[in-house]
Each structure stands twice: as C-alpha cells, then as structure tokens.
Write a protein that binds this ligand. Sequence first.
Ligand SMILES: Cc1ncc(C[n+]2csc(CCOP(=O)(O)OP(=O)(O)O)c2C)c(N)n1
Ligand SMILES: [Mg+2]
Length: 359
Amino acid sequence: MAKPSKARKTPAKPATQDDEDFALHSLQTAFEEQKSFNASDEQMLEFYKQMLLIRRFEERAGQLYGLGLIGGFCHLYIGQEAVAIGLQSGLDGDKDSVITGYRDHGHMLAYGIEPKVIMAELTGRQAGISKGKGGSMHMFSTEHKFYGGHGIVGAQVPLGGGLAMAHKYRGDGGICLAYFGDGAANQGQVYETFNMAALWKLPIVFVVEDNQYAMGTATKRSSAETRFYRRGTAFRIPGMEVNGMDVLEVRAAAEVAYKYVREGNGPVLMELNTYRYRGHSMSDPAKYRTREEVQDQKDHHDPIELIKKALIENGKSEDELKAIDKAIRARVSESADFAENSPEPDASELYTDVLVEEY
Ligand SMILES: Cc1ncc(C[n+]2csc(CCOP(=O)(O)OP(=O)(O)O)c2C)c(N)n1
Ligand SMILES: [Mg+2]
C-alpha cells in the first residue's frame, strides 16, 4: 500500500494580494513563511513531556482495557500526539474552549487535566472527571472549558459552532477549537456549521485530524477531495494544510490561525495530517493496512522521536530524557492504581446529572 503521507499532495496555490480569493489562502501563505515555531528550550522540553504523557497514558489505557477494567469503547490517540499538543499549547485555557469526538483522552491531557481523573473515568469510577458515568468517549470538564468527548461522529462540529457563538455573544474573547476526523468531514452537518460560522464570523477553528482512516476505510476510498483544507472554500473559510506529526509546525500554524480568528475575521479550517498507530478502537482486526505501512510511520514520522532528536541536537542528554520518561511512567502508573482502586459510583448516581435543573 502506498505511504499515506500527504507529502505527495500539491502545495497550496501561491497567492497575491490582487487575487480576489487571496483571503482564502493568505493564512497558508503566512504560515509557509515560518513553518516551524520558534520554541525556547524550555517550551520544546514541555512539548516533549506532554506528548510523552499522552503516549504512556494511552499505552496504559490499552493494557487496562486488555485486563477488562475498561468497559465500552476505547479509542487510543497514539501517533497523533503532536496535533493536540501543538494546537492546545497555543490556546488560552482561561478563555478558549475545546470540543472533540470520542478519541478524546489526549485532548484532555493536553489541556492539563490530571491523568488520574481521566484514567478513573475510563474505569468508570466515582472519582472520574465525569463521575465515572461518561467513560472513554464522553468525558467533559466545564471547569477546563472542555466540552467533550462525543460518540456520534461529527456531532461535536455544530456544538462547537454553538460554543463559538457563545464566545461571541458574551464577548469573552475566547475562541473554540473544534476537532473532527477525516471520516466526519464528509457529514452534512459539518457544512451547515461552516456556513453559519462564516456568515456570522464566529470565533472557531475547525480542525480535521486526518489520521488517514475512518475505521477501516482509507481517506482516498471515502473522500472525493482528500485535501480537507480546501473544503471551506465554498463558504469563504480560509484553509491551512499542516504536518500533524511535527509539533513545532502545528504550533506555528496555530499561531497564524488563532491570530486571524481572534481578530474577528471568522473561522479557519485546518487540516492536520497525522497517523494513528493503533486500531480504530480496541476491537479492530486491522486488516485494511499492512504492518509495513504502520512501521514506516513509526520509524520515519514519529512526533515524539522528532522532538527528541531536536532536543538532543540542542544539548539535552539521552539520560536526561530517559529520566523524564521514567517519571512520566511513574505518574501514569499511579493514575492507573488510583483508577483501579477507587470506588465505583453509588447506584443513586444513576439519577443525577440527567437534567440541568429539576422540572
Ligand atoms: C453518526 C455516526 N455514524 C457512524 C458511527 C460509527 N463510527 C464510529 S467512529 C467512525 C469513523 C470515524 O472516522 P474519523 O472521523 O476519521 O475519526 P477517527 O476515528 O479516525 O479519529 C464511525 C463510522 C458513529 N459513531 N456515529
Ligand atoms: Mg480518521
């Protein structure tokens, strides 16, 4: 099978100010000028730690699932770490909101939410962030302005439009980051949202996480146009095409997109090209791709290895990085112990959190 890298795509058409469609590719042009975020050593190390936390957390979640400790579905984010970290590191956690689908553990960790309350949610415990009643796919934290965790493919996109409308209506200066997959990108509700968001100039960044597959279907088998960043054109939403395996590139693109949205210009559509290493969910026979294809991504495009290489070039030692990994593994183990040993919710919790108010 051909390598799924989007490097083979033709680059965005060069634009000039005289071009009447300039606005639609001006962001890509600005981003192309500086494609790598100028991170300090400290920021780079932080990106490394955050991505590694997601990776180790997800590996552990996979093990707990195997042991039968996690009920229902469980979709791991391994391979896609640079997307959530690159994008969310540029947000203002006090103002901005995030919404995503069911592959949501990494986005919660990227927002600085404690691993142990996420792990306890996976195991369905009272101490979980949604009191053990949401599980892997339906976690939520209004405190962190993280609005889920949605199991219905694409449903989070119009909800994200609503969050952006609330930001604008309240004038709170926040923007909404609404993630969805390449498969979800073919849904009608996505385009209805694009239309309203562009018409009302809502402060929203639409993010297509193109991990090359929707369950077992490769994008090229399901999508007439696989350059997802172009799909906002009919609504005059500027698009950006980003390598989602390079955290510094993701953050550089985020800077350009967020500035545009914060200035009141309306939505941006970002296509983040990435790859999921594991199956779609924990029950995926993986018959639709070769082992070699997955191995090639791990060997040549791994987002954590990429930043690790940059850190070593900048003078960090292998030993220092190993010690960080050890500390992260210990933190994840602690959260797994907590998730295994804390109590399940009381049966009376079945009747709470059903309605916002009593009627
Ligand atoms: C409305 C709806 N249709 C079908 C499904 C079953 N389903 C769950 S995930 C999925 C594939 C979505 O793929 P993509 O949007 O690329 O996201 P990814 O899983 O790759 O992150 C499908 C069809 C669903 N949950 N909701
Ligand atoms: Mg996908």
